[in-house]
Design a protein around this ligand. Structure first.
Ligand SMILES: Cc1ncc(COP(=O)(O)O)c(C=O)c1O
Length: 402
């Protein structure tokens, strides 16, 4: 069980009377994470992997320790499989731009992807004539696994799919998809931006080849993300940028890239941010992901039940709680979602996201709402009272329409 009241004391922003339900966009940061980053700035700020002086040694150790914590958190085989990026978007772009593509290669993706895991593939189609097949789930966002069986063939090189939809909260059966992909020697990239922060993600259990996620959605700072790539795949992938830190030798007419993750981390990396991400992982482990998952599941049930019972509110995504995480998208009649979000902020201090949530194909093709939805998303520090406040305020807004 989570001690939510105790946890809330670690988040100073929660003292300002706000109800923060925009966790799918970015989470809040607890004091221990901020303190860990301050420690870097106060005590040992220096560049990493270069200097021999003690500050640089300490910074390098802390940076590498953070990498090891990330690896352990997702059960990677080794920390060498962890590449620090700026965010999930950069991690996905690294795969898209790092592999050599040719006409006739096939990529399978889906209609519920965030633009960061969608337009990168469309660009490859334009650039190289890669064939991109886009799978459609049903109205609730649930996929028929047979559609993956049919779409993934021997020409398929990559399946790129989200683990959890940032609009519908629906969970994708990535383990089954990994099996199908591997039967055809294709690789699986999982967009874990909305899963890694909320429940245990085990890359070896899933059997994925790549996993992308962002530190700022999991209590860490902005500016750092992760690409997990299976060891055997690192050599074949080209870095997005090259320069300082990425080489093992340079001559007048040649350069030799380093091996392992540093090949992909050109220039000074986000040092404080990576160290902060390590501290965020310590924090999540301390409270235990299983507890976070249970807590969010209880709250989301309440939120779902509350919202579906409000007249003129349309709730999207799966009906069964076990098929979704703590993200709920909805609309109030024909009201523009931005107006609803603004009313929630102004009248009840409730922060929610509104709009297309970087998922225009989903909005246009599946929900048929170009202007998007209102989205409330939970995390470990949210409470039942906050969910009740959301529901009662949405109810007031809906009544004002009648
Ligand atoms: C499912 C999903 N993928 C990718 C991203 C991109 O994350 P970032 O903006 O941190 O790169 C997001 C962000 O909302 C997301 O929800």
């Amino acid at each position: 069980m989570l001690d939510v009241e105790k946890i809330r004391q670690d988040f100073q922003m929660l003292n300002f009377g706000i109800i923060y339900l925009d966790n799918a966009a970015t989470s809040l940061t607890p004091e221990p994470v901020i303190r860990k980053m301050l420690e870097f700035y106060h005590e040992y700020r220096a560049n990493v992997e270069r200097g021999v002086h003690r500050l640089s040694q300490r910074a390098s150790e802390e940076y590498e320790e953070a990498r090891a914590k990330v690896g352990d958190f997702i059960n990677a085989e080794s920390e060498n499989e962890i590449i620090m990026t700026r965010n999930a978007t950069e991690a996905i772009n690294l795969v898209a731009n790092g592999l050599g593509w040719k006409k006739g290669d096939k990529i399978v993706t889906s209609l519920i992807e965030h633009h960061s895991n969608f337009i990168v593939w469309i660009r490859l189609k334009k650039r190289y004539g890669v064939d991109v097949e886009i799978l459609r789930p049903n109205k609730q966002g649930l996929f028929n696994i047979n559609d993956f069986e049919k779409a993934i063939d021997d020409k398929t090189r990559l399946v790129a799919i989200t683990h959890v939809s940032n609009v519908l909260g629906v969970i994708t059966p990535v383990e089954k998809i990994a099996k199908i992909a591997h039967e055809h020697d294709a690789h699986l990239l999982v967009d874990g931006a909305q899963s890694v922060p909320h429940f245990k993600v085990d890359v070896r259990k899933i059997g994925c080849d790549y996993l992308a996620f962002s530190g700022h959605k999991m209590l860490g700072p902005t500016g750092v993300g992760v690409l997990y790539a299976r060891n055997e795949l690192l050599d074949a992938m080209e870095p997005l940028s090259i320069g300082g830190g990425t080489i093992s030798d340079v001559g007048l007419n040649y350069y030799k890239l380093a091996e392992g993750p540093i090949k992909f981390e050109a220039g000074t990396p986000p040092i404080a941010e990576a160290i902060g991400l390590g501290a965020a992982i310590d924090y999540l482990k301390g409270v235990q992901l299983d507890n976070i998952e249970t807590h969010e599941r209880e709250l989301v049930k309440k939120m779902y039940r509350g919202l579906v019972n409000v007249p003129s509110v349309k709730v999207y995504g799966p009906e069964k709680p076990e098929e979704r995480t703590g993200i709920i998208s909805f609309n109030v009649g024909d009201l523009n979602p931005h107006d609803v979000a603004l009313a929630l902020d102004v009248s009840a201090d409730v922060m929610v996201r509104s709009g297309h949530h970087c998922c225009l194909p989903l909005m246009k093709e599946l929900l048929k709402r170009r202007e998007g939805t209102v989205r409330a998303s939970l995390y470990l520090y949210n409470t039942e009272e906050e969910v009740e406040k959301l529901v009662s305020t949405v109810d007031e807004i809906a009544r004002s329409l009648a």
